[in-house]
Design a protein around this ligand. Structure first.
Ligand code: FEO
Length: 175
C-alpha cells in the first residue's frame, strides 16, 4: 500500500499525462489543417503514447491497492502560431512532466517507498528520451527555418523521425 501523499501525487501525474495526450491530439488536428502530414502522424503517435503513460499509472495504482482517479482535463489550445511555436510548447510541457516525475521520485525516496521508486525509473528514462527528441526537432526547425517555403522540408523531417520512432517501438514490442 502506498501513502495518501503518494496516491495524490500519482493522481496529479495521471492528469498531466492525460493533458499531454489531449494537447498532442489537438496539435495533430491543427497540423492536419495545415497540410502537414508528417507532423499530423507524429502528434497522433505522441498522443497515443501519453495515453499509455497515463494508463501505466492507473495499472500501477491498481496493483498497489490505490484508487486512481480519472482526471478532468483542462481545455487545450486548438490553434498554434507556427510549427516552431508548437514544438516549443511540446518541449516546455515535457520539461514540466519531467519535473513532476522528479517530485514523485523525491516523495518515494522520502517515504522509503521502494516499489514506487522502482516503478518511476521507467518514466525517468522515458522523459530523458522525450526531451531529447523534442530538443532535436527544435534544433532541426531552427536549422531549416520556419517559413512557409521550408515547412515542406520540416514536415518531411518530422515524418522520417516518426517512422524511426515507430520502428523503435515495434522493436521494443518484439523484445
Ligand atoms: Fe508522458 Fe511525454 O510525458
Amino acid at each position: 500500500m502506498i501513502s495518501k501523499k503518494m496516491t495524490d501525487a500519482l493522481n496529479r501525474q495521471i492528469s498531466l499525462e492525460g493533458y499531454a495526450s489531449f494537447l498532442y491530439l489537438s496539435m495533430s488536428a491543427w497540423c492536419d489543417d495545415q497540410g502537414l502530414e508528417g507532423c499530423t502522424s507524429f502528434m497522433r503517435r505522441q498522443s497515443d503514447e501519453e495515453r499509455e503513460h497515463m494508463l501505466r499509472i492507473f495499472e500501477y495504482m491498481s496493483d498497489v491497492g490505490a484508487h486512481a482517479l480519472t482526471p478532468a482535463i483542462a481545455q487545450v489550445p486548438h490553434t498554434f502560431e507556427s510549427s516552431q511555436k508548437m514544438f516549443e510548447m511540446v518541449y516546455a510541457h515535457e520539461q514540466k512532466v519531467s519535473k513532476s516525475i522528479y517530485e514523485l521520485m523525491a516523495i518515494a525516496k522520502e517515504e522509503n517507498d521502494f516499489t514506487t521508486d522502482n516503478f518511476l525509473q521507467w518514466y525517468i528514462t522515458e522523459q530523458r528520451e522525450e526531451e531529447n527528441l523534442m530538443r532535436s526537432i527544435l534544433d532541426k526547425i531552427k536549422l531549416i527555418g520556419d517559413s512557409p517555403m521550408t515547412l515542406y522540408y520540416i514536415d518531411k523531417e518530422i515524418n522520417a523521425i516518426n517512422a524511426a520512432e515507430l520502428k523503435k517501438e515495434a522493436a521494443e514490442g518484439d523484445a
